[in-house]
Every structure is written in structure tokens, then in C-alpha cells.
Design a protein around this ligand. Structure first.
Ligand SMILES: [Zn+2]
Length: 187
């Protein structure tokens, strides 16, 4: 499947609609996992299991989450030491891999994300996470109205960095549009 941005936006809108969310509602990625029958385990809760032995201590701080295939089922293990807004986007990213039906290159649990999926698939998962957590329709309107990263972050329960990632392109477009508009008005 070749995922265009348009198609990925449609997937996100459908998922949000199924949860009964408007474009201004916060999406709870844990609820979306539930909807899809994906259990989410916190790394700290399973810290004694053999699986976690693969994670070295120094890696634990940068490691975010992983979608893990177990037969035809999927589960997510997340690093619950991260800030809640970061955990939300981590889970959103893993849901991205799931919803876009990305193939696993390797089933090695504990390998870095970059090795689990290639760069193109990583970009897609991040894009879908963005659309799930801060939908495009709202991005367009917030850019037009000049919302700050802080406002966007608070509204949608994401980090300011994440808000910046979502808003930057649309802000440029909104700025260009307003320059055009001012230009037209002067005649
Ligand atoms: Zn990924």
C-alpha cells in the first residue's frame, strides 16, 4: 500500500470519528489501542520479565515504545518514564505503524526503531500520529488564527515541540495567504 498524506489523513479522520471525537477534541491513544484490541504494557510494570533484559539502562531513557507482533496479534510496550504528553505521541506513533499495516522488517524486540522499520515507514507513522493527535482541519484553522505552540499543545495534549511540528508548514501557508489578502485589499 502506498500511503499518500491525503490517504493517511483519511485514516486518521476515520479513527477519530469512530471514537466520536470532533476536530477539537483530544484523542486518547490508549482508548484507540483498546478499540483495536492492542494491550499496552508499561516498561516499568514488566521490568522483571526476560523481554526487558534486552534493554540496557542507558538506552531506556531514549527508548520510547514498540509495537510488537505476537503471532497475528499486536501489543505495545511503552517507556512510562517519559512525560505524559510524550507518551501520548509515542503511542500515537506505534498506532501509526499498526493502522498503516507496516510490515515488520525484523521481529527483534529491543532493537532500535530505526532497525525495526525503515525511514520511510517511520515518517509515515509519525505523520499519522500527528493527524490522530492534532488533526489537519484544526491545524489549518489554528494557523490562520495565529495560535502559539503553547496553545496548541494545551488544547491537544501534546508537547510544544510536537505542536511546532504540526503547525510549521501550515503557518507558512497562512502567512502567505494573509500577505496576498493584504495585497489585494490595497487595490
Ligand atoms: Zn516507528
Amino acid at each position: 500500500m502506498r500511503w499518500t498524506q491525503k490517504l493517511m489523513r483519511e485514516v486518521a479522520v476515520e479513527e477519530r470519528t469512530n471514537l466520536g471525537l470532533s476536530q477539537w477534541d483530544q484523542l486518547d491513544p490508549y482508548v484507540l489501542c483498546q478499540e483495536h484490541g492492542i494491550p499496552v504494557y508499561a516498561l516499568s510494570e514488566i521490568a522483571s520479565s526476560d523481554a526487558v533484559a534486552h534493554f540496557s539502562v542507558d538506552r531506556a531513557s531514549t527508548w520510547s515504545a514498540a509495537l510488537i507482533p505476537v503471532g497475528s496479534a499486536r501489543l505495545i510496550v511503552e517507556n512510562d518514564e517519559h512525560h505524559p504528553v510524550r507518551r501520548r505521541s509515542n503511542i500515537g506513533h506505534e498506532l501509526g505503524h499498526f493502522l498503516l499495516e507496516h510490515d515488520f522488517k525484523t521481529e527483534l524486540f529491543g532493537e532500535s526503531h530505526a532497525r525495526q522499520f525503515d525511514a520511510k515507514l517511520e515518517k509515515e507513522a509519525t505523520f499519522l500520529a500527528g493527524e490522530l493527535l492534532v488533526p489537519f482541519q484544526s491545524v489549518e484553522q489554528m494557523a490562520f488564527k495565529g495560535w502559539t505552540n503553547e496553545q496548541v499543545a494545551l488544547k491537544f495534549g501534546v508537547s510544544e515541540q510536537f505542536a511546532q511540528m504540526r503547525m510549521s508548514g501550515q503557518r507558512v501557508r497562512a502567512e502567505r495567504a494573509s500577505v496576498k489578502f493584504r495585497g489585494r485589499r490595497s487595490f
